[in-house]
Structure formats: C-alpha cells, structure tokens
Design a protein around this ligand. Structure first.
Ligand SMILES: Nc1ncnc2c1ncn2[C@@H]1O[C@H](COP(=O)(O)OP(=O)(O)O)[C@@H](O)[C@H]1O
Ligand SMILES: [Mg+2]
Length: 229
C-alpha cells in the first residue's frame, strides 16, 4: 500500500493573546491508502487539532506534513483548497447542513465550488444519496430529518467529490446508539470499497470499527496499534 499521510514531529501551539497552549507535541505518524484509523483520547488531548492539520484545514507550528507525497506547507492557499476539495471529505459532530434545504441540495453543495458542469450535479447527488441509503428522503428538508439521517446526508455530501480520504470528527457524537452503529456501518463499507478513513471518537465501541487506533494524551501520541479482528 502507498503512503497517503506522512507527518513528522508535528507541534501545534495556539497563541491566544500571549497565552500559549501546546495542543500537539511531537506527533509523528504515517497512514497508507485504504487504512481505517480511529483517533482516541480524552477531551483536550489534541484530536481535533491533529485532524485539522491532516485535513489541511490548519497548519502545524513546526514539524512536517506530507499529503499524497507533497509537503503541504509548500502549497499556496489556493492549491490547498483545490487538493482539499478534490481529495478530502469532511464530517463533523454538528451536522452543518443548510436548514430548510432539501437533502439533494445539501448533498450538491460542494459541487458549487467545483468545475463539474451543473447538468451532472443531480445524478452525482443521487448516487451519493444511494450510498447512504436515503433515497426515500431526497426532497425532505434537513430540519425534517432525524440525527442519524442528518449525519448520513453529511456523509453523502462528503462523498460527492469522490474523495480519496474521509475525515470525521466525532461523527456519532450527537447520535443515539442505534444511529451511531448505522453510521459506522456505512463508514465501514466506504473503507471496504478502498477509501481511507480517519475518524475521531471517544467511544471504544465506535473505535472498534477501525483497523488501527491512535491514542493521544496531552498532545502526545500515547499509543498506535493495529486492531486484531
Ligand atoms: N483555537 C484555539 N485556541 C486556543 N486553544 C485551543 C484552540 N483549539 C484548541 N485549543 C486547545 O488545544 C488543546 C487541544 O484541543 P483539541 O485539539 O480541540 O482537543 P480534542 O479534540 O482532543 O478535545 C486544548 O487544550 C484546547 O483547549
Ligand atoms: Mg475535538
């Protein structure tokens, strides 16, 4: 398998008007294409900070980060945005759907920022909606959906650009147990089709869907192990 992510000695220090917080402290890791990784750790341990750097939404204070073989800090902001749009999909704990907007329109949203001709959008959105099994909800507005359905819309939206990797920050954080497992089954299928998945969770039973667990504590990598199935 080939390397998709190569991070060396990542540090991230937040500076809030002179108050410094070391959110990540010398974290090194590599992730191959096709892996399914869970990032775990107590609240405040640096999980979101790490995910944001890996997803190119934030930059490390020091250390190096290569995505797909290229050092991210050599890219311009425009190039980063392009790579992010083409190769990465995001799912967050808060569903971040547009209210009073249909499932289909929410799923099409990322295409507004793509070069894909508008006459292809509907079919692409339908395809993505099928993957998350929401064909029966196409014209529902997001506020008429359950939490589990909202998060599936968020996944469909993340899938629309056929991303190579999906980054999810506590995607089951607002879901009940049944909806959480339903969502993780979908994420697992995406991985089985070859997509790389990185998901933050603090629930052991959610992490068990992954094939590898990375644990952070106080910004440091505490454990990195493969889960035996
Ligand atoms: N924008 C920010 N400004 C200042 N401190 C921050 C910021 N974001 C996170 N932190 C701090 O960095 C540490 C790690 O945060 P975070 O990565 O969000 O942890 P986690 O996702 O594991 O809960 C925490 O101490 C948090 O308070
Ligand atoms: Mg977090």
């Amino acid at each position: 398998m080939s390397k998709l992510i190569e991070a060396k000695h990542l540090r991230r220090i937040y500076d809030d008007s002179g108050v410094q917080t070391v959110a990540l402290d010398d974290v090194s890791l590599e992730i191959d294409r096709g892996e399914f990784v869970a990032i775990m750790g107590p609240s405040g341990s640096g999980k979101s900070t790490l995910l944001h750097i890996l997803a190119m939404l934030d930059k490390q204070t020091s250390g190096s980060y290569k995505f797909d073989g290229k050092a991210v800090d050599t890219y311009s902001e425009d190039e980063i945005a392009k790579v992010r749009n083409k190769k990465a999909g995001f799912v967050f704990q808060a569903f971040n759907l547009l209210p009073r907007t249909t499932v289909l329109d929410n799923v099409e949203l990322p295409l507004l920022y793509s070069n894909i001709p508008e006459n292809k959008w509907r079919d692409m959105a339908l395809e993505a909606v099928k993957i998350v099994h929401l064909e029966h909800r196409l014209d529902h507005e997001s506020n008429q959906l359950s939490g589990g359905e909202k998060q599936r819309v968020a996944i469909a939206r993340a899938l629309i650009n056929e991303p190579e990797i999906i980054f999810a920050d506590e995607p089951t954080g607002n879901l009940d147990t049944k909806a959480s497992h339903g969502l993780m089954e979908i994420i697992k299928e995406l991985n089985e089709e070859g997509r790389t998945i990185i998901v933050i969770t603090h629930e052991e039973e959610i992490a068990r869907y992954a094939k590898r667990i990375i644990r952070l504590r106080d910004g440091k990598l505490e454990e990195d192990r493969v889960i035996k199935k």
